[in-house]
Unconditional design. Structure first.
Length: 124
């Protein structure tokens, strides 16, 4: 696959607006943080807050990314785009919040390292 194919903006649609007030799920580290994950391995992204995104892979592994700082409106909008020039999304890449109405570009923010985690099951 050509690298130019990855230069297209990738839209990450996260959870519907109904879950906006949910607390961030607890997680425990499941290995050493990595700088990059393969774009083709990402099944979904779950925006947890203005500072945190969980990336779920096709194999159901979860990578928690804590951004370099709070990204305005990310936790409210729960959707973002990114542009990559390789087949990987890396800690050096930038995400851009997509705001409503329609799809308007909001704040752009830097990613942090991708920490593999195991989500703590909520007790009932």
């Amino acid at each position: 696959m050509r690298a130019s194919a990855f230069a297209l903006a990738v839209l990450a649609i996260a959870a519907p607006a109904l879950g906006r007030d949910k607390p961030v799920p607890a997680a425990t580290p499941a290995g050493k943080p990595v700088d990059c994950i393969r774009v083709n391995d990402i099944r979904e992204s779950r925006v947890q807050s203005d500072e945190m995104i969980d990336f779920v892979t096709r194999s159901s592994k979860v990578y928690r990314n804590t951004l370099d700082g709070a990204c305005p409106q990310l936790g409210f909008e729960r959707r973002f785009s990114y542009r990559v020039s390789t087949s990987q999304l890396c800690s050096t890449d930038i995400i851009t919040v997509l705001t409503s109405p329609g799809i308007t570009r909001g704040a752009s923010c830097g990613l942090g390292q991708f920490q593999p985690v195991e989500l703590v099951k909520a007790s009932r």
